[in-house]
Design a protein around this ligand. Structure first.
Ligand SMILES: [Zn+2]
Length: 322
């Protein structure tokens, strides 16, 4: 499905089969010399078909088209290598590209999941079923690395890169001040809550995320164009809701712990999740993985706020309320 948002700006709805996100928004900006595609979909045939059909419906010449990837997740970056041509520039965050290219990134994540109580027997399965591994580009293309404050011009669109770490460490939003638009990637979504996870002790993703929400709170925008689902206009109102959501979830973590010392995996199993499963045991392995990663992010945040203690003496790290 292709939708016209305004003159020279379009949205291609890319289905994401078996993903609770349901679809990805790929935005297409037509320029006088070059076009820009923002985010692309998983590297799998359903997404490729939707993208190529949408682009040809819009008469987009790929040899005159560049790409901007808001962050490293496979539903955004997955197809870029297949769609880009020899003449395409692919803009990508320097920080996410470092994680992408790191050879031991997955191993470090698995180790960290293990010390946070993820059952050893389920780790291999979790890795095998992770969409990030299944639907990423096979060979990484050459990226043009962008930094906070860089400006990309397409036709009369002037897109400023805003570094907004949290959802990923290198996440970048694009802000067009003249047109009062924010391409928010997965930083601010309207119908669903962006997933915040942490797979390394050094990274306090939830604190980064809260700071990044503040960073975009006062932007003068009339339209927010997120990576998934509905476009919206009330940026401040949505950010207030997201902050409230995380305060509520932090409270739920403390309630589940109920004074006991527990590992992140056990705490995740006791939390409520927006998923069609009666009990934790029925969760698909990928959802257990995401839930555990999000719980770790909340625990790390609560620890940095001085609300809980982290006990790292044993093979499995546990947390206890102060
Ligand atoms: Zn994402």
């Amino acid at each position: 499905m292709v939708e016209t948002i305004m003159e020279n700006l379009y949205r291609i709805e890319v289905p994401l089969p078996n993903s609770p996100l349901k679809e990805l928004n790929s935005y297409v900006i037509k320029g006088d010399k070059r076009n820009l595609v923002i985010d692309t979909g998983f590297n799998r045939e359903t997404c490729f078909k939707a993208m190529t059909e949408g682009l040809s419906f819009l008469n987009i010449d790929l040899s005159k088209t560049d790409f901007f990837i808001t962050h490293m997740h496979a539903d955004h970056a997955g197809l870029v290598a297949r769609l880009a041509t020899d003449t395409s520039t692919i803009y990508f965050s320097k920080i996410d590209s470092r994680v992408y290219r790191s050879e031991d990134n997955w191993r470090l994540m698995l180790d960290y999941a293990g010390i946070n109580g993820f059952p050893a027997g389920e780790l291999a399965d979790a890795l095998k079923n992770h969409p990030g591994l299944k639907y990423s580009p096979r060979d990484l293309p050459e990226f043009t690395l962008v930094h906070d404050g860089d400006v990309i011009t397409v036709g009369d669109f002037r897109l400023q890169c805003l570094w907004t770490p949290g959802h990923t460490q290198g996440h970048i939003c694009l802000f067009d001040e003249g047109k009062r638009l924010l391409f928010s990637g997965d930083h601010v979504l309207y119908d669903i809550t962006p997933h915040i996870e942490s797979w390394a002790y050094q990274i306090n993703s939830l604190r980064d995320y809260m700071t990044s929400l503040d960073r975009v709170y006062d932007l003068p925008v009339d339209l927010v164009l997120p990576g998934h689902r509905s476009l919206f206009s009330d940026l401040k109102g949505r950010i207030d809701e997201l902050k409230e959501h995380h305060r509520h979830r932090a409270g739920e973590v403390l309630t589940v712990m109920d004074g006991r010392a527990m590992a992140a995996y056990e705490i995740a199993a006791g939390m409520t999740w927006d998923i069609d499963c009666e009990q934790w045991e029925d969760f698909p392995i990928a959802q257990k993985w995401f839930a555990t990663g999000e719980t770790i992010a909340h625990l790390r945040y609560l620890e940095s706020e001085g609300k809980i203690n982290r006990n790292a003496e044993g093979a499995v790290v546990t947390f206890s309320a102060l």
